[in-house]
Design a protein around this ligand. Structure first.
Ligand SMILES: Nc1ncnc2c1ncn2[C@@H]1O[C@H](COP(=O)(O)OP(=O)(O)O)[C@@H](O)[C@H]1O
Ligand SMILES: [Mg+2]
Length: 240
């Protein structure tokens, strides 16, 4: 992989549930160290796009992930490439403790000292998780569960972190807290983000590139500044 090559390059992506096609000719990029946001209303195809990258739905088209042609990769190999996916349902193992969940995120790493260091780093980002490390994950608040899901994904030491609506169902103050931590993590870990959001202001606040999805198609893309001037975006997402 050359330094200038994007971490993710997708062209002509189609995805299907059974015979129903839900993505049509979707194309986008995540540049190395960049933050790409997929913005769209409910049902636009955002979750399906992330699932297609992870190899969890039937798909066609050209996908390059971390310099590797991704078409035939299974979900585990995607993780081995350094892609961590925080799914919409957060994928928490509810009966296990917060710390046991974090350790599961490190399943590809064998060196215990390094894993212990990663754990400490996560507790520094998310002090609330340290406080609740022995608490059953199912009893954590929604915000704490979202933080746990992000921290668990980071335990993989990903080069690309894919986040499916990290703000979903959270109170505004908690959303702010989660996004502040995402900003910090992005700077300190130097990773690339592929972020799915329904909230345009959140997406514009962190993204370097934004793609607007409608009924399974990319209908606009650009930098946050360009997207703020886009009429479709202004009417549907910014309310002016
Ligand atoms: N498991 C499924 N089976 C059939 N259709 C699905 C399934 N999941 C999602 N869809 C459909 O695919 C389209 C895109 O959904 P999704 O990717 O979940 O959108 P978003 O994440 O943007 O809300 C929607 O029309 C949705 O109804
Ligand atoms: Mg979704």
């Amino acid at each position: 992989m050359t330094p200038a090559e994007p971490i993710v390059a997708v062209q002509g992506l189609a995805a299907y549930y059974g015979r129903t096609q839900v993505l049509f000719d979707v194309g986008f990029e995540v540049r190395s160290g960049g933050v790409t946001a997929l913005l769209g209303a409910n049902g636009a195809g955002k979750t399906t796009t992330l699932m297609a990258l992870s190899g969890l739905v039937q798909r066609e088209g050209d996908i390059r992930l971390c310099g590797v042609q991704g078409r035939r990769l299974a979900a585990e190999s995607v993780a081995r490439l350094g892609v961590a996916h925080v799914p919409a349902d957060r994928g928490t193992f509810m009966p296990l403790s917060a710390e046991e969940n974090l350790l599961l995120g490190a399943y590809l790493h064998r060196n215990r000292q390094e894993v212990a260091r990663d754990l400490e780093r996560m507790y520094a980002y998310f002090p609330r998780l340290r406080q609740r490390r022995h608490q059953q994950a199912g009893t954590l608040s929604g915000g704490e569960q979202q933080m746990l899901a992000i921290a668990r994904a980071l335990m993989l030491r990903p080069t690309l972190l894919m986040l499916d609506e990290p703000s979903f169902g959270l109170a505004p103050l908690v959303v702010q807290e989660v996004y502040q931590i995402l900003h910090t993590i992005r700077e300190q870990e130097g990773l690339s983000l592929l972020l799915v959001e329904q909230n345009a202001n959140l997406a514009f606040g962190i993204a370097t590139q934004v793609y607007l999805l409608e009924t399974g198609r990319v209908v606009a893309h650009g930098t946050p500044d360009q997207m703020r001037c886009n009429d479709a975006v202004r009417q549907a997402y910014l309310g002016h």
